[in-house]
Ligand binder design. Structure first.
Ligand code: 5AD
Ligand code: SF4
Length: 400
């Protein structure tokens, strides 16, 4: 009987994608996948640390597995991903029945870690992702559905003051374009129609690579590849309509989004016209404290240019309410810009202090009730904002 593995994911699409790669890797090693913890020989939680709530849910879920482990001591439980890094000193204290921790830059090591535990290694901790310069290569094969994700870069050098990502995923590093193109081609051959390029900060793709390339050039190469591939299919299947393959990308930082990118979104046929451009706050004072490196005026101008250049383009955003020092006036400024810009979609978050970040030292002076009030006002406003219909929206979902 093959061993069974259960993998549960929390957090962003990068995590969903990492879990997808973990599953591929386990299947290639002869494991079967299961949706039921009761049947599993190995249970893995791929976790998120961006907000405390996400960590609390994992503590709750894994805490509930104590009995399972007591009844079946050979069961192996692992916590991987961002929380393994962020909570490395806490997890074993609070969850002694966990067998291993593994940070996001070393997920390709997980099956070997499990083998070592089976051979009596005891607890294993593999958590140096924050220092890592590598992007794990899981396997050459991909199990693709209609939608396929391709990681183009990982990590972040921006150090927004509220954000834990640079501390858990490490510095920015990009994958060589050749590897990315091979993976895109493989996904297309397996039938993927929606390809999403993933990175914490896709616009700074190419930094540190030996080749001279930036994100727009990468999009061009992918577009050329898709047209070549579509063309080949068209020819082989005489009369078959050109396959419609869409390439989306997540996430862009306003300080790096450029007119060059918008023009590429307009001109490259396979590239989606959805721009996810997190605003975070509509107050310059708060943006500065967040270390976002742009002003509200610059952000507005960017969106105006985008809408001028990319006809039928859509803009989505992320906004944090209740950041330290956010007054009623700052919040009203955010409401004003959200009213003015009419995003096609926005994720609204209540500020959550993250130990180790710069903002953790600021006084968390907006009460939870007030954060909740601001959150619901903004959510209602966003719901009212007329959502332009866009079939591609299903592809774009940053948070689960
Ligand atoms: N508190 C609340 N929201 C946060 N985000 C990142 N860090 C925090 C935090 N400490 C939000 C930002 C980011 C999205 C992925 O999560 O809006 O764009
Ligand atoms: Fe976090 Fe800012 Fe980097 Fe995004 S750009 S991952 S919010 S530090």
């Amino acid at each position: 009987m093959p061993k069974k593995v259960y993998i549960r994911t929390f957090g962003c699409q990068m995590n969903e994608h990492d879990s997808e790669r973990l599953r591929d890797m386990f299947v290639q090693r002869g494991y079967a996948l299961t949706e039921r913890v009761e049947d599993a020989d190995v249970i893995i939680f791929n976790t998120c640390s961006v907000r405390k709530h996400a960590e609390d849910r994992v503590y709750g879920k894994v805490g509930g597995m104590k009995v399972l482990k007591k009844n079946r001591p050979q069961l192996i439980i692992g916590i991987v991903g961002c929380m393994a890094e962020a909570q490395k000193y806490e997890i074993f204290k609070r969850l002694p029945h966990v067998d291993f921790l593994c940070g996001p830059a070393d997920l390709d090591k997980v099956p070997d870690i499990i083998d070592k535990i089976r051979n009596g290694a005891g607890h294993i901790v593999y958590i140096e992702s924050y220092k890592s310069k590598r992007i794990p290569e899981f396997s050459k094969d991909r199990n693709a559905g209609h939608a396929g994700f391709v990681k183009i870069m990982e990590g972040c050098d921006n150090f927004c003051s509220y954000c834990i990502v640079p501390y858990v995923r490490g510095r920015e590093r990009s994958r060589p374009s050749k590897e990315i193109l091979e993976e895109v081609e493989l996904l297309i051959k397996k039938g993927a129609k929606n390809i999403t390029l993933l990175g914490q900060n896709v616009n700074s793709y190419g930094k540190g690579l030996k080749e001279e390339i930036d994100f727009v050039e990468l999009l061009r190469k992918i577009d050329r590849l898709i047209h070549r591939d579509c063309f080949a299919r068209h020819r082989n299947n005489g009369g078959l309509a050109m396959t419609k393959i869409r390439v989306s990308f997540l996430t862009s930082h306003p300080k790096d989004a450029s007119l060059k990118l918008f023009k590429a979104m307009r001109d490259l046929k396979s590239v989606s016209k959805i721009l996810h451009l997190p605003l975070q706050s509509g107050s310059d004072k708060i943006l500065k404290r967040m270390n976002r490196k742009y002003t509200v005026a610059k952000y507005k101008k960017l969106i105006e240019s985008f809408r001028k250049i990319v006809e039928n383009g859509s803009v989505t955003s992320d906004i944090i309410v209740g950041f330290p020092g956010e007054t009623e006036k700052d919040f009203n400024d955010t409401l004003d810009i959200v009213k003015g810009l009419q995003f096609d979609g926005a994720y609204i978050f209540k500020y959550s202090p993250r130990p180790g970040t710069k903002a953790f030292k600021f006084k968390d002076d907006v009460t939870l009730e007030e954060k909740e009030r601001r959150h619901s006002i903004l959510l209602n406003l966003q719901k009212e904002s007329k959502t332009r219909s866009c079939a591609q929206f299903t592809v774009l979902k940053t948070w689960s």
